[in-house]
Design a protein. Structure first.
Length: 171
């Protein structure tokens, strides 16, 4: 399962990196074309307007065109760097799932401990039976006052545990 997860993660990251690289390449070609157009526009402006120092409007226009070229150069440079990074990431092959401790199946189930539960229930039922039998003997073989107490205890026990006893065994 861990190997499948690692393979899936590797394929997913490779696909994402490839998509990113393709997007950057497309954007780089568009930006390169825009940059060439902006540089050509600036060149043509300078060729048409050789003496711009006397006209503030022409100076402003040249600064605007130069700023557009500078911005496009920055975008182009950034895209080139990102393209190189994406190419490196495409080649870079690493472990995506690092296994610190290998999993292993336990030899025995941890819970529930059935043997202990059976022994404990058996022991408690024997103790409970002994206590009930001693109480029964004490009240049945005792004097008249104890018999009344026993009948009262018996009726209380039957009232509180009647849901445990099936109807056909109730008296």
């Amino acid at each position: 399962m861990l190997e499948e997860l690692d393979i899936h993660q590797h394929e997913y990251n490779a696909r994402k990196t490839k998509e990113t690289r393709q997007f950057i390449e497309e954007r780089l070609m568009d930006t390169e074309q825009e940059l060439e157009n902006a540089e050509e526009t600036l060149k043509e402006f300078r060729e048409r307007n050789r003496n711009i120092f006397e006209s503030p409007q022409l100076q402003l226009e040249q600064e605007r065109l130069a700023r557009d070229v500078a911005v496009l150069i920055g975008v182009f440079t950034t895209l080139k760097q990102q393209l190189e990074t994406a190419k490196i990431e495409e080649v870079y092959d690493s472990e995506y799932v690092v296994i610190l401790d290998t999993p292993n199946i336990p030899l025995y189930p941890s819970k529930p401990n059935k043997k202990l539960m059976v022994i404990l229930v058996g022991f408690l039922s024997i103790c409970f039976s002994m206590i009930l039998s001693f109480l029964y003997e004490y009240f049945v073989n005792g004097e008249g006052d104890e018999k009344k107490k026993m009948e009262k205890v018996k009726s209380l026990v039957l009232e509180n545990t009647s849901f445990l006893i099936p109807l056909k065994y109730r008296k």
